[in-house]
Design a protein around this ligand. Structure first.
Ligand code: ADP
Length: 485
């Protein structure tokens, strides 16, 4: 059963019950008033008659003066104290005589009257109800007689019958109207819920999270439901989009990685073919082929290493978060860079004796990536500078070069995976270095940015949160050396 029908039935039932209760109270009250009225009239008439009736003890005749029976439809009858009628002609009022029947008094009633109680009973004559009161009355001469006074109940019966008909029809009609109006109102109130249901259904069918529920009403329960539903759709849309983008990026990543791995593998495969040749190639060619294979293997292992770092980051692997002393870190990275390019001028201006919150190995890898790039894209006459600075609660480490710089078109893409600038100038890199640097820095709640002028040089700056504790924990000895791409 729908909520609409349930609600409508519920308040129709409440209304019907209220009307029925009201009708019963009204009917009972009115019937009491009406029948009491008849009762009071009968008692009044009986008193008047008993005060005016004439009784002749010799003839046992009682004369009831007609003028004393005030209401024309009041019927009067007298009986002896034993309950018998003496003379029907005189013992009955003229209107009772005309009707031609006696007012009854059964044995039980007679006994009650003889005991001095008033006996009340209702009889039916020709389909009409009559109220009969029988009471003992004493004449002036001391004779006891039974006075019976009756009145038809036709009027109150009819009134009550009409009232009950009116109440039944009224209650029925009012309930029906309430049901109709309630049905319409409940329908109007629940319409937005219907719309939400349809929208949800359509979204489920079409997987279109761009749709929204149209609702222009007040911010009541339904309004809040619509708003919440729309907010949930927005969140779903965002999540879905993110998911699709991530999937797309993942596919691109796998395709690019396969592509990158294919080149060294093809070279190695070709070289193996050369080595298997008969007659064998010359010792000089063999030497060249083997060195080529070694170089390709190196390239492949660097690439696989890079891919592993990114894959681990994508899988949500947490980096260490410990206080790392900046000074030894920078010195270490500079020493590594100088070992890589002993002929180059590398300035390491590191005066800052602070700690950052991060992962020592990851930070060193980032610095080596930046230094390696700076060396790659700066002519031998150029200069490399590594500086540190403290801004509020962030430590900034900048690797600056006076190299070829990065064009404005390339700048927004250099942190993308497998992005390489002009390959004729970039050499054999796979385009993963900066992507790894960005992933590692962001994994330590830091940021990386670049400023570059083509022909002037570039400056890469990483910003990391300063460690809150003063002294660093001992930097653990790292067994693995960090490869430089
Ligand atoms: P790779 O590992 O191949 O060097 P990166 O992700 O480190 O790739 O760099 C991506 C691209 O960014 C490079 O191909 C190059 O075009 C540009 N780039 C990075 N660092 C510098 C720099 N210091 N000077 C000029 N160009 C740079």
């Amino acid at each position: 059963m729908s909520i609409r029908l349930r609600l409508t039935l519920l308040y129709s039932a409440i209304l019907a019950l209220t009307l029925i209760a009201f009708s019963i109270v009204l009917y009972v009250t009115l019937s009491r008033v009406l029948y009491n009225g008849v009762e009071q009239t009968l008692i009044g008439e009986a008193q008047r008659i008993s005060a005016n009736a004439k009784y002749d003890p010799r003839t046992h005749k009682i004369v009831i003066p007609a003028s004393k029976v005030t209401a024309p439809d009041t019927l009067v009858q007298l009986r002896t104290a034993e309950g018998s009628m003496v003379d029907p002609e005189t013992d009955k009022s003229p209107n009772l005589r005309m009707l031609g029947f006696d007012l009854p008094l059964d044995a039980e009633g007679l006994a009650a009257v003889q005991n001095g109680e008033r006996w009340e009973q209702t009889i039916v004559v020709d389909g009409e109800r009559l109220r009969v009161n029988s009471d003992l009355y004493r004449t002036a001469s001391g004779t006891e007689l039974i006075l019976q006074v009756a009145r038809p109940l036709t009027e109150p019966d009819r009134t009550l019958q009409q009232l009950s008909r009116l109440l039944i029809i009224g209650t029925g009609v009012a309930t029906l109207i309430a049901f109709g109006v309630g049905w319409a109102l409940a329908g109007a109130a629940l319409k937005p819920i219907d719309r939400i249901t349809h929208t949800a259904h359509d979204i489920g069918e079409e997987r279109d999270f761009g749709r929204r529920v149209q609702y222009n009403g007040p911010a009541d329960e339904i309004g809040r439901l619509a708003t919440t539903f729309n907010a949930m759709l927005s969140a779903l849309q965002g999540a879905f989009k993110q998911e699709a983008q991530a999937l797309q990026a993942q596919r691109r990543f796998v395709a690019d990685a396969s592509h990158e791995l294919r080149t060294p593998l093809t070279t190695i495969r070709g070289n193996i073919g050369l080595l298997q040749r008969t007659p064998p190639i010359s010792a000089e060619d063999r030497e060249a082929v083997l060195s080529d294979m070694a170089e390709e293997s190196d390239r492949m292992s660097r690439l696989v290493n890079d891919l592993l770092v990114l894959a681990r980051a994508d899988a949500g692997r947490e980096l260490h978060s410990e206080p790392v002393a900046i000074k030894p870190l920078i010195e270490d990275a500079c020493r590594n860079a100088r070992l890589l390019a002993p002929e180059r001028t590398i300035h390491c201006l590191n005066e800052l004796d602070v700690f950052v919150q991060g992962d020592h190995d990851a930070l060193k890898q980032v610095l080596l990536i930046l230094l390696d790039n700076a060396l790659k894209f700066t002519p031998p006459s150029g200069r490399l500078t590594l500086t540190t600075a403290l801004h509020e609660n962030k430590v900034a480490i900048t690797v600056q070069d006076t190299g070829i710089g990065i064009s404005a078109q390339a700048l927004p893409h250099i942190f993308e995976r497998f992005y390489r600038g002009d390959t004729s100038r970039t050499g054999a890199g796979a385009g993963l270095g900066l992507a790894i640097a960005k992933t590692l820095v962001e994994g330590q709640h830091g940021s990386i940015s670049v400023q570059s002028e083509p022909g002037q040089g570039s400056a890469f700056t990483i910003r990391l949160p300063r460690a809150t504790i003063g002294t660093p924990l001992t930097i653990p000895e790292r067994k693995q050396s960090v490869p430089v791409s």
